[in-house]
Design a protein around this ligand. Structure first.
Ligand SMILES: [Zn+2]
Ligand SMILES: [Zn+2]
Length: 374
């Protein structure tokens, strides 16, 4: 039997509330879950998903209905019938972590020191990788302890420690973190939109009603495009595309989100302006996801960014094929398009199609003969 049931805050994440529940009942969070759930829930990402069996345990020991507890979880888009892919969750770009023992070894939760000071609990939207500032206090968030740089592991603090707002390693109070002011109004307003989208599932943006899943999907696409183009030039460490966006440090995500905020603040004019600049790499934005763009992006990418159609001469195509083969690339239509300064959706004009096919055949044959001779 529990002694007290702290009320969940509307924007609290489940792990934060469960930790408060344990502490208010004078129990270490680790022992509390072990006793009630017979398993170590802290080894799972319970903010992301908790099955019905465990949810019903929570309902049986507290007076709160399952519908109220479920609201503490991050939204699950697979139930919306929008798109059923295993990656639906990654589209929302939740900060992920790895676990060693019960310790989260990579940042999985961020915090605003001033919000924590006002109300001592961890907010759900601090799990979102696209959120890097606090739109209430206009300051930068932290994704680690400001003193010892360890990720947050509040569930490891036991009841002897007076507050779960301490770093579990060096025990400093996270509310004492230095304040870093942010004056980027575009970024602050975009962050507000992202948080609203996460909570309400729809946002009104320009004249459009956008479902949050499609907003997140579009943001993920823009992040990829920016990392492939501008940032490759500006920031050496991002040349390597392998690290997943959610594992990048807060300061790099902050830079990327500032660029996106600037693009979206005057949309699509700023994207068109960027397109004309030397930093824009057309194919960076057109790779892979071309056919999966959400409509709010598709419209702009297709009408504003696609290079206008102009006739390509037979001679230009021949030269492009020769160049590609010389460079060791396949003389495919998208590659030819790129060489000719079109985007990768470039199509060979109908009247030249048969000539193009024979040209490729001939060149590939020559290439083979050439390599055989050597
Ligand atoms: Zn705040
Ligand atoms: Zn610390």
């Amino acid at each position: 039997m529990l002694l007290s049931w702290p009320k969940p805050y509307g924007d609290e994440c489940l792990s934060s509330w469960l930790s408060r529940l344990a502490r208010e009942n004078l129990c270490d969070p680790y022992l509390f879950v072990k006793h009630h759930f017979q398993t170590n829930l802290w080894a799972k990402d319970i903010d992301k998903y908790l099955d019905d069996k465990h949810l019903s345990v929570i309902c049986s020991i507290t007076p709160y209905p399952q519908s109220q507890i479920t609201k503490l979880l991050m939204p699950q888009y697979k139930f919306y019938g929008i798109e059923r892919t295993p990656n639906n969750n990654s589209e929302i770009t939740l900060l992920n972590t790895t676990l060693v023992g019960f310790r989260k070894t990579k940042p999985w939760l961020q915090y605003c020191p001033l919000c924590l000071k006002e109300s001592p609990y961890y907010r759900r939207h601090w799990r979102l990788a696209h959120v890097t500032v606090c739109p209430k206090h206009n300051i930068k968030l932290y994704d680690r302890c400001f003193r010892c740089a360890e990720p947050i592991n509040f569930h490891r603090l036991d009841v002897r420690h007076d507050s779960m707002l301490r770093c579990d390693k060096c025990l400093v109070l996270l509310t004492k973190a230095p304040i870093i002011k942010v004056n980027d109004t575009a970024l602050i307003s975009l962050t507000k939109q992202i948080i609203t989208a996460n909570e309400q599932h729809w946002i009104k943006w320009q004249s459009l009603d956008i479902h949050s899943f499609l907003l997140f999907k579009g943001l993920a696409f823009l992040v990829k495009g920016i990392r492939r183009s501008i940032f490759c030039l500006l920031c050496d460490q991002l040349k390597d595309q392998r690290p997943d966006y959610t594992t990048l440090s807060l300061s790099i995500r902050f830079e990327i989100m500032s660029i996106i905020a600037r693009l979206l603040s005057q949309w699509p004019e700023n994207l068109v302006a960027l397109h004309k600049s030397q930093y824009f790499c057309q194919s960076a934005f057109y790779q892979e996801t071309r056919h999966k763009w959400p409509y709010w992006l598709h419209q702009v990418m297709r009408t504003k960014l696609s290079k206008e159609y102009c006739h390509v001469s037979e001679d230009e195509i021949t030269q492009a094929i020769k160049l590609l083969i010389k460079m060791g690339y396949a003389p495919s239509q998208p590659n030819i398009g790129e060489i000719l300064g079109k985007d990768r959706s470039f199509k060979i004009p109908k009247r030249l199609k048969s000539k193009f096919a024979s040209q490729v055949k001939q060149e590939t044959h020559l290439m083979r003969v050439f390599s055989w001779k050597n």
